[in-house]
Design a protein around this ligand. Structure first.
Ligand code: SF4
Ligand code: SF4
Length: 167
């Protein structure tokens, strides 16, 4: 598991993550091959992944009818029903893996209010150092090479480090 940047007590009061405007939103979680298998093996209800759309979790319409939610979000209390085995992409957020000009970059989404507030803090600098080192470990680089679907071309995110998938 990746050490979480935003504290849980802040995330539980925030209504930004796990909700999406479109059913095929580029922000919806893409799963690793092994995560898809794990969810199938554990027989987790509502596991539907669109292989055609980048291994993304199939979203559900929001009860209010205004958008879509991850099928694992408990809207009532804002908890993730699969928190202990939540996807790698969810563990990573507000950081994202981005392909830009042939480079694999670690980027940050400043739409996350906590990341935006902390962007110039020592805490953020320490976390970026930790995360870049973690992702540049051989084991994680292999995981990324085996799952190119999670390296995407997000716009309006800030690059903070480069990963070396050539290792
Ligand atoms: S947007 Fe940021 S603060 Fe809000 S739930 Fe997501 S990670 Fe937490
Ligand atoms: S798996 Fe959990 S953390 Fe990830 S989008 Fe769904 S509800 Fe949110």
């Amino acid at each position: 598991m990746i050490k979480q940047f935003a504290p849980s007590e802040i995330c539980l009061k925030c209504r930004s993550c796990c909700r999406f405007r479109e059913a095929d939103s580029v922000w919806s979680p893409c799963l690793l091959e092994e995560e898809i298998q794990e969810f199938i093996d554990k027989d987790i209800p509502h596991t539907r992944v669109s292989i055609a759309i980048n291994h993304r979790l199939c979203l559900l319409p929001q009860a209010s009818g205004e958008g879509f939610i991850c099928p694992f979000l408990n809207e009532a209390d804002n908890h993730c029903k699969v928190y202990a085995c939540r996807p790698f992409e969810c563990q990573l957020y507000p950081f994202l893996l981005n392909m830009r000009a042939g480079k694999v970059l670690l980027t940050i989404d400043l739409n996350c209010p906590y990341a935006s507030e902390k962007i110039d803090s020592p805490e953020m600098r320490d976390y970026i150092r930790y995360l870049a080192a973690y992702l540049n470990e051989k084991k994680q680089l292999k995981l990324l090479k085996d799952n190119p679907q999670i390296i995407q071309a997000y716009e309006e995110v800030r690059a903070v480090a480069e990963l070396d998938l050539g290792k």
